[in-house]
Structures are given as C-alpha cells and as structure tokens.
Write a protein that binds this ligand. Sequence first.
Ligand code: NAD
Length: 478
Amino acid sequence: MATNNPAADQDTHFFGDVCKNFDYAAQFTKHDAGLLDQIKSCNSVYRFRFPIRRGNGFEVIDAWRVEHSQHQSPTKGGIRYSEMVNEDEVMALAALMTYKCAIVNVPFGGAKGGIKINPKNYTIQELENITRRYTVELIKKNFIGPSIDVPAPDYGSGEREMSWIADTYATMNPGQLDAMGAVTGKPIALHGIAGRREATGRGVAIAIRECVSVGEDMQKIGLLPGISGKKVIVQGLGNVGYHSARFLAEFGALVVGLCEFEGAIYNEDGLDVEAVFQHRKATGSILGYAGAKKEFKNSHDGLEQPCDILVPAALENQITEANVKNIKAKIIAEGANGPTTPEAEAIFYKNGGIIIPDMYANAGGVTVSYFEWLKNLSHVAFGRMNRRFEENTNLNMVNMVEGITGVALTPLQRSTIIKGASELELVNSGLEDTMIRSYHEIREIYINNPKIGTLRSAAMVGAINKIAVSYQNLGIWP
Ligand code: NAD
C-alpha cells in the first residue's frame, strides 16, 4: 500500500544485488575505477506523485522513471504497474536494461518506470487517466521522447497502455514527425510491429534451446543435449510466461508444470499450454484444469516439482536461499527480471545447475522494441520496399534453373523458394539471430575464464566492456 513517503517503505536489496554482480564482474575487466562507478550508478531518478479523480474524491499516485545510463541515446525500458513497485526496484530494473541492451547489441541506454497501483483495482477509464497523466509528467521533465527515453510494456502493462502513451505524447508534441517512436510495444494498428507481443517469450525459448544444444555443457550438468522432450515448469502465465511456454512446446519441450499466483498444476506427461490459458481465462484460475494430475494451492510448491528446466517469468525474488535446495531443475532460465537471489544462485551452481540470466534471457522484448523504433523512425514497414523485388528475382532464378535442368519443381517447392520475407519473418529472424549470437558471446567469456563462475557474471563482463567502449567513444574516458 502507498505511504506518504514511498522512498521509506522500499525494499532495498534488488538494486544492491545488481550492483553486487556488477562489482564481482568488474574484477574481470581492466577499466578505471571512475569509469566503473559511472557505468554502475543510476544517472537520473525521477520520483513524482500526481492526483487522479476516483469516485467522489481523489487518490494520489506514486510513480517513478529512472534513466540509468545515457551512454547511448535514447534510454529504454518498460513501465511496471504494480502496488509493490518501489524506487529500489525501478533503479535495479533500469540498470538491468542498460546491461541487457549492451548484451544484445541494442544501441540504447537503460531506463525503467513504475506506477504504484494494482491495475486490477481500477476501471479502464481510471487506468487511462493514470497512464496519460504519468506521460504528461514525463513530458514536463523531458523524460520521454524518441531520442530521449522510450518506454515499453512491463509487468502489469501492455499494448493498450502503450497506445495511450503514444497518443498523449503525439498530442502534446504536434507536428513531431517521429512522435510514434516515443514508446514501443504499441498495437500493430498504431505503428507497432509484428512479433513484439510474443518477442520476450520467443527470445526466452530460443535462449533455452541454444543453451541445451551445447553437448559438452549439458554433459556437465547431467542432461542430454537438445530441447526435444526436456521437461519444463513455467511460473507466470502473463506475457513472458505464456509465450515462453508456448514456444518451448513448439520447439519440442514438454511443459509439465505451470504456476500462477492462485496455485500451480503439474502433469509429468505434459500440459496443453493453450488449453490451460483458455481455462484460466474462463474460470479465473489455473486450478481445476482437467488435464492436470497434481494441483498445489501454494504456487511455490509448483516450482519444486520434477523437471529439467525452470522458467520463472513472474516477478523478482522467487528463488531464494529458502527454496533453492528443493528445486529439481538443472537449468533456471530467467524470464522475469531478478527472480533468483545471489545467495540462491551460488547454491544452485554449487549443486551442479546452470542459470541463463535475465539480462540475456528476456532481452527478446527490447530487441524487437528496437526494431519497432527503427520502423517508427523510418516510417516504413520492414519488407515493404524489397519483398516483391525479392520474389521476382527468386522467380527468375527458379525459371532459369528449371529451364536449364528440365526438372519442374512442385507448386509447394516453387512457392517456398520464391516467397519474399514478411515483416514478421524479418523480425523473428533478427530476434533469433540476436539471441543465438549473444548466447555464444556470453558462453565464450564464461568458458574462457572459469573463475567468472556464472553465466550472469560472464554476461555482465561483456556488457561492462561494451559500455566502457561507448564512454571512450564519447571522449569521456581515455
Ligand atoms: P505480466 O503482467 O504480463 O504477467 C505476469 C504474470 O505473473 C501474471 O499472470 C501474474 O498473475 C503472474 N504472477 C504474479 N505473481 C505471481 C506469483 N507469485 N507466482 C506465479 N505467478 C505470478 O508481466 P510480464 O510482462 O509477463 O512480465 C513478467 C516479468 O518479465 C517481469 O519481471 C518483467 O520485468 C519481465 N520482463 C517483461 C518483458 C515484456 O516484454 N513484457 C520484457 C523483459 C522482461
């Protein structure tokens, strides 16, 4: 619940945890202490409050926007709508965005926003008022704009909220040609991009598939290589969790457990993710789903069931010293930001597991947000200029090969070869390429320096080195 002093009721260890990982990783770099300090600190922390009309009275809303690092512009990061959000959390999430963008080579600095409300307690009109007023407050302080700071969805927000932000920003900036680039994660009808909605989950699934494809790494943790048949438990059936589960099943994994805040369900023979999703939509709960063999009233019991891979995709601090020893998975793939505490991570690695860290695993969202921003600045959909040209070129080639060889292709073969790429195909291909390349960049650092110890620290070493180059390019550090 909001207090009169939101800074006072904050839980203060999430940003500290991110900084701890930074400090540890920094030992494996050779940068000046001042530069490291500059990279680590949050550059701008804007805390504000505004009133909204509710019923016959008013309510004062607490909100934040944190720009962690402007080594690249604009800064970028989602807006969290949660009654638990606090300044420390927004700072931690903003910092993670800086490192995440560096890891996947997206040329943005990191930022994050927070609005301290439980969206379920507000009408759509009230949510619209809150979102529009939040945006106006950002505009007043120059904390939003296509070249300044570009928000996106996060926990508790989605396309609807992003379209209110885009509309408010465009209204307050008449004639600004690139106004739609001030926010990403918009609906496709409002200058969004195909594939953004599912991008984070698709990225998580690709990250896991890539990790389990490396035979020698799997051997070390006692798993067979390959995604096929791997047993997975996913926590959170929201944007990230639902799509992660869906794509993992599509890639051949067996989703055996799903956990939501009302409870968890399990079936070692696999759950139909879409059917569970529809069941929850219809009944308001995953409990009572006919295809489950076990049900748990305590959602956390679901995390401790037998599986190969656990995907926490809800909130931070889900895997702690208290429950990590009961986790059966060999791989934790962090769909959410900060789901594993540093203490739990150390125990998990000691027990022979491996963690695919949030900074990399859930970077698919910001990667496709980058593509959306590029589309907004170029004012043209991907594929529009070259699709037909590509198809004509391919058609000429097929006709020529058929003519020379005398072999006629089937209609299916012809259309498969000839077809030019759609926006969705280009986005998915860019996302897949990014996730695969980045995984191997991180793994290379991890393998080449065993003292680093975790994929998280390896990812951080890579991020620090790239951000340091940006500062050097700006001429700030030698
Ligand atoms: P969301 O609001 O769409 O979904 C979160 C889901 O988690 C909800 O269904 C909620 O009921 C469930 N949940 C809440 N508490 C739970 C608990 N204790 N146990 C089980 N389930 C619980 O949010 P989202 O966008 O999917 O974000 C989830 C996480 O992923 C957050 O940490 C967010 O920062 C991170 N993330 C999101 C994106 C994105 O593109 N949306 C990108 C990167 C990272």
